[in-house]
Design a protein around this ligand. Structure first.
Ligand code: ADP
Length: 403
């Protein structure tokens, strides 16, 4: 495929929001970034940051009826900066797609068949894939001639061996309903594991890394020589670590118990575990800054929520250490992983026998750059690596359209 321009627009379409970034892949520069939120409501808002010109952030508050109107508003903002979607400099539009099932192992040029396949995956991603599809269709209507590429959150995890991807349930039922572990945040895990290898001065094929993506959603991945061999999220992003509002791992019988004894419907339990559990369920706050502030004031509930969060994290570090056999680095990323020094310190505490330690001084430093926080000469590096999903999506899209 030949692309004329070097710019890539990255779109992340949610059910009521669209996040976007325009990047120039000639030098990786970010030209513009923004967000449209509360689409379909009276209180819609568009925030646009014209990074190329260094101009001020622009905000609009006016009803935006649907994704099509949202994208048109974004296109108008970009055009006002001389970066319109009709520019010959635009090489492609890259779309973040949450669920690519087993079949989408790489960034994929969007065709009618690809759209149909993303649609077939809706039963396993009922919240995300419909919104992603709407974003894609809207962008295709706006620029039908331009390559549009899907980058799947699940793709990095498709290298998981069958013994890690399958649940121990009846095989025929699992296969009929596509019940297996897919994993998410793959774009971030791919980027961060590669950056960690770079930080160690090695090729990704030479290093084994445990990546801890701790944002509002959170997941851990075991990466062996650049390939994912296990990850903590499963059929949906509910499994695994304790998250901002999701429970992560629990005995599946909790669901039967609540249905039978609390007369809760499946939808109510779904909402309980996805939206009212995790940190917010445990202590009423899901922002780690607020939780730390409360702990500093002696709040016991916040302390217990923090301890449960860290205990789960430690269990996954141990489990993935065993899965990998040899670990070169543990990398922390996303909002909590990049910023919350106490989480890193507590998760690594007591793991000296595994070669893991955190240097208190290095760990307390604030920096936006990838860095080591383990003492010099540690057997296993502990790293903080800021994630950049938009850059990773744009890089993958540009590689595909210029191949
Ligand atoms: P997502 O992309 O999943 O919405 P982010 O990766 O942006 O989330 O992470 C958001 C979370 O990061 C917040 O809910 C908060 O808990 C945490 N966070 C952000 N900044 C800090 C900070 N300075 N200290 C501690 N936690 C932070």
């Amino acid at each position: 495929m030949t692309a004329n321009g070097t710019r890539v627009l990255v779109l992340n379409s949610g059910s009521s929001s669209v996040k976007y970034q325009l990047l120039d892949m000639a030098d990786g520069a970010r030209l513009a970034a923004g967000l449209v939120e509360r689409i379909g409501e009276q209180t819609s808002r568009l925030v646009h940051t014209p990074l190329a010109t260094g101009g001020d952030k622009r905000e609009q508050e006016a009803p935006i009826a649907d994704h099509s109107a949202a994208l048109q508003a974004v296109a108008a903002e970009l055009a006002a900066d001389g970066l319109g979607l009709d520019s010959p400099e635009l090489a492609a539009i890259g779309h973040r797609v949450v669920h690519g099932g087993k079949q989408f192992t790489e960034p994929t040029l969007i065709t009618d068949e690809v759209l149909a396949e993303i649609e077939r995956l809706i039963p396993v991603a009922p919240l995300h894939n419909p919104a992603n599809l709407t974003g894609i269709r809207t962008a295709m209507a706006l620029r039908p001639d331009l390559p549009q590429v899907a980058v799947f959150d699940t793709a990095f995890h498709t290298t998981m061996p069958e013994h890690a991807a399958r649940y121990a349930i009846d095989v025929a039922t699992a296969d009929a309903y596509r019940v297996r572990r897919y994993g998410f945040h793959g774009t971030s895990h791919a980027y961060v594991s590669r950056k960690t290898a770079e930080l160690l001065g090695k090729d990704p094929s030479e290093v084994n890394v445990i990546v801890l993506h701790l944002g509002n959603g959170a997941s851990a991945t075991a990466v062996a020589g650049g390939r994912c061999v296990d990850t903590s999220m499963g059929l949906t992003p509910l499994e695994g670590l304790v998250m901002g509002t999701r429970s992560g791992d629990l005995d599946p019988a909790v669901i039967f118990h609540l249905a039978r004894n609390a007369s809760m419907s499946i939808d109510e339990i779904d909402s309980l575990l996805n939206k009212k559990s995790g940190l917010i369920g445990l202590c009423g706050d899901n922002d780690m800054r607020e939780i730390r502030r409360r702990i500093d004031e002696g709040d016991e509930r916040a302390k217990l929520a923090f301890d449960i969060y860290v205990h789960r994290l430690k269990k996954y570090i141990g489990a993935y250490y065993a899965v990998l056999g040899r670990v070169d680095a543990v990398a922390f990323t996303a909002g909590v992983g990049e910023n919350a020094a106490p989480v890193r310190e507590a998760a690594i505490a007591g793991l000296e026998e595994l070669g893991l330690a955190v240097d208190a001084g290095l760990n307390a430093e604030h920096s936006g750059s990838a860095r080591l926080v383990s003492p010099a000469g540690s057997r296993v590096a502990v790293a903080v690596v800021p994630t950049d999903e938009e850059l990773e999506i744009a890089t993958q899209v540009y590689a595909l359209v210029t191949a």
